[in-house]
Write a protein that binds this ligand. Structure first.
Ligand code: AGP
Length: 370
């Protein structure tokens, strides 16, 4: 068993550390040799059909749903087509508007999640084209979808999903760029610039992993609390939701992810002396606004960990108790980096509390019942 864990104490930690390889493998062969375009020969959807798509639904559960929230920003940003992201167990019951010009993207690590599979079937019944992003070749979702992009994260054993989530982000970046090329919504230089930044991600994740000890210290202090908050704006909020789920799932500590600007509409009342707040502030365009929200919680006594961009240490230090800096990348790509310290945070918090990290109570790796 130790051998299977590659020398790590838990599968989760091993899988967190496998992310540089998972990113690399998911990109391999999907970027042209000159680095200027995306090639996805596995896609059957024609360029003509893709150009005719006018609406996108992304449907998934849990962590895959959180990847879908980032996927929405990626597609809307690159392709300028409206995207809705739904939890699969809600999707069918809200009478979604699905037409033959709708692309439904289902995201599932296992490819066997019952609600996601049911959503896929409902979408096909209504004439939509279904693209699956999954980690398992030959899974039900992969077999039934009209198109499939396989994430090459390798088998994920820990119940808490880590490398599958981040590889799903890579799949969304690749697909978003491919679609942007097809529709002509981004010029070649922009695509090449994003692809170059993507290829730097594996090394940047290594840099984050090398600082795991910093996060371990924060996790140990967090493990003494019953409740905490994750805050952020834009893509930082999407990543905050994933960080919060991960922490709940394996440490059993209650946490809530909140859009930083929404706090003052009610939830700020819960901020009191000593409550931990994990504040993500990586979106350059939202930097000043988020900083002012951080100051609001700090003024009420919160113990703030800032997940920041390298270079912002000095300024953010004035409003936070501790900071963790992630390497610089394009704003759209930051989730692929900022999620890593949050994964480590939940891992070390669970460890400090003596829980079964790889097999948290009440949960199964794959949820095959609706
Ligand atoms: C993630 O940490 C969870 N264990 C869970 O939310 C999971 O992502 C969800 O059940 C979806 O699974 P899938 O990706 O295999 O469809």
């Amino acid at each position: 068993m130790t051998a299977e864990k590659g020398g790590f104490d838990h599968f989760m930690l091993k899988e967190i550390h496998e992310q540089p390889k998972a990113y690399h493998d998911t990109m391999l062969g999907r970027i042209s040799e000159d680095g200027r375009s995306v090639v996805l020969p596995e896609l059957k959807i024609s360029a003509e059909k893709l150009r005719g798509i006018n609406r996108v639904h992304i449907v998934a559960c849990g962590t895959a749903y959180h990847a879908g929230l980032v996927g929405k920003s990626i597609i809307e940003n690159l392709v300028r087509i409206p995207v809705e992201t739904d939890v699969a167990s809600e999707y069918r019951y809200r009478s979604p508007i699905i037409t033959p010009d709708t692309l439904v993207i289902v995201v599932s690590q296992s490819g066997e999640t019952a609600d996601t599979l049911a959503a896929l079937r409902e979408a096909q019944r209504n004439g939509a084209h279904v693209l699956a992003i999954t980690n398992v070749v030959g899974s039900s979702v992969a077999r039934e979808a009209d198109d499939v992009i396989i994430t090459l994260a390798g088998p994920e054993i820990a119940v808490a999903s880590t490398k599958a989530y981040s590889s799903q982000l890579i799949a969304f970046y690749l697909f978003g760029l491919y679609w942007a090329q097809t529709n002509g919504t981004q010029d070649e230089a922009t695509v090449a610039n994003i692809l170059a930044a993507m290829q730097a991600l594996p090394e940047q994740v290594e840099k984050i992993l090398a600082q795991a000890e910093v996060i371990k210290g924060v996790a140990e202090s967090i493990s003494k609390h019953d409740s905490l908050f994750f805050i952020g704006r834009g893509l930082d909020y999407a990543v905050a939701m994933e960080g919060s789920l991960k922490l709940k799932e394996i440490s059993y500590i209650h946490s809530e992810a909140y859009p930083a600007g929404e706090l003052k509409h009610g939830t700020l009342a819960l901020i009191e002396e000593g409550i931990p707040v994990i504040a993500l502030i990586t979106q350059e365009g939202l930097y000043e606004k988020t900083l002012s929200n951080i100051k609001e919680v700090k003024a009420r006594g919160a113990d703030v960990l800032g997940i920041i961009n390298e270079g912002h240490e000095a300024e953010v230090a004035k409003s936070t108790d501790r900071q963790f800096a992630i390497p610089r990348t394009l704003p759209l790509l930051t989730p692929a980096l900022s999620v890593v310290p949050l994964q480590l945070l939940s891992y070390y918090a669970s460890l400090a509390l003596g829980h079964d990290v790889d097999k948290p109570r009440n949960l199964a790796k794959s949820v095959t019942v609706e």
